[in-house]
Design a protein around this ligand. Sequence first.
Ligand code: MTE
Ligand code: MO
Length: 544
Amino acid sequence: MMADVSDGNTTGPAPVRLHRALNGIWRPAVAGALAAGVAMAAAELVAGLIRGAPSLITAIGSLVISLQPPGAKDLMIRLFGTNDKVALNVSVVVIALVVAAAAGVLAAHRRWLGVAVFVAFGLLAATAALRDPLASQALAVGNAGVAVAAGLVVLLGLLRLASPASTAGDGPVESSAEGDWVADLRTPEWTRRRFLIASAGTLGGVIVAGGVGRTLLDEQHADAIVSSTKIPAPLLAVPALAADQALTAPGLTPLVVPNADFYKIDTALLVPRVDPATWKLDVTGMVAHPLTFTYDELLAMPLYEQYVTIACVSNLVGDHLVGNALWTGVRLKDVLEAAGVQPGATQIVGRSVDDFSVGFPTAWAMAPEREPMIAVGMNREPLPANHGFPARLIVPGLYGYVSATKWLASIELTTREAVDGYWVPLGWAKDGPILTQSRIDVPTSGATVPPGAVEIGGVAWAPDRGITRVEVRIDDGAWQAARISRPISKATWVQWALAWTATTGPHSLEARATDGTGDVQTDQRSDPAPDGARGHHRISVTVG
Ligand SMILES: Nc1nc2c(c(=O)[nH]1)N[C@H]1C(S)=C(S)[C@@H](COP(=O)(O)O)O[C@H]1N2
Ligand SMILES: [Mo]
């Protein structure tokens, strides 16, 4: 085969023959490998963009798994640790690149041989993809076709540039293809450069298309895991909301915020994708019986559901880092009782799969008036990936940064002194009870509204003391009591509304709430750091 690359032209001194041989090998090899790269990247991109179009790399990987002899999987795991899925994908790509490089070298002499290798790979990929139960058959075959077509265009294009004959029409170089080894040695710089530029450009395209395709596929995959997950019904389902529990003024924030609109705050650069099949929750530390739950074991516990309003400590007065949802999950008290909390364990630390942590007093969690939970469902759907799938903590009354660990991995019982949660050393308060707040949603700040009847409205929260009263004043006049929705519980916010007969001109609107202990929301402004923003929400509107 090596003899073949010199194309029968074995004349000339040894270094020249070597140079020519290398030229005859590395360029076609690069062309072949890049063509395979393009084929795979194109197919990944199609799979990422079109739901039901399978990833060919993953499909071939699954085929390999299903064909591999017993014992091979153990070897994989030993070689690559727990990253065997990534390793499998990487192996498929590397093997494809090596085979394609060889195909490129073959194709430099017998175009049809290279074409045949690519078509054979395409047939293999199509066969593998057709086995994917989630893939559409037409898209499986179609995507293999796209891959082969894209690969062949690049293979043939780069091979043309790779061969000295590519400069066809260029007299002196043409003669080099005829076997003039001296001319061949002088293969003009620009021919080589043209090949290099085309190769580099192709490589860039492969990286971008492949990267985008993989990212999109990853997202699809996470969505698929969550949506194929079913959480059992709670033992005690909360009743549907009564008519007086929600107000319906236009523009008012809904009492229960849909998952897709719910605020999202975390330190994760990429949302952790947790596989519920391998996920575990450890209950450790100062307990009589350390426990470990699989996802199924957690779901087999008696499930409970409740509405809880959660809020972010960094929320500015009037801002939107707060939301109310119906959470389904296991009572934290049940889990702690099963583990047997040791006396002196004054703190509960919740850690996530990505090493975020919170800490809150055990006494807060155990108090009879509240029901902290390990939530698995949000608004009767499995927790969305963004909000902590497969499980998170929800602790009524505490800001998220000290309580609401998403992608929960462990619960440790310890002392209050022993551990600080993630944000505490960064300057945020160790204790994070949610402050009483109210927000004006309509009219919006800076809006112009017509004179006459205007409905002012918003939300107010003081979990888990509850809200008993919301008042509004216009232009620093007397405080007027707003109507409030009948509270679902002390752990949730309320909606409020007030009818106003607006007169032409500029006006200021201001709201304040009173919590279940009778405390009136302070008008003394404070920054969010270290323990939450204080002050009244006050907006300006123009009537006219
Ligand atoms: N793993 C993890 N959990 C986390 C956080 C985080 O950064 N990482 N942020 C917390 C903060 S500061 C808040 S306010 C809430 C927000 O929850 P949400 O994104 O579901 O609204 O999650 C909490 N849980
Ligand atoms: Mo937060």
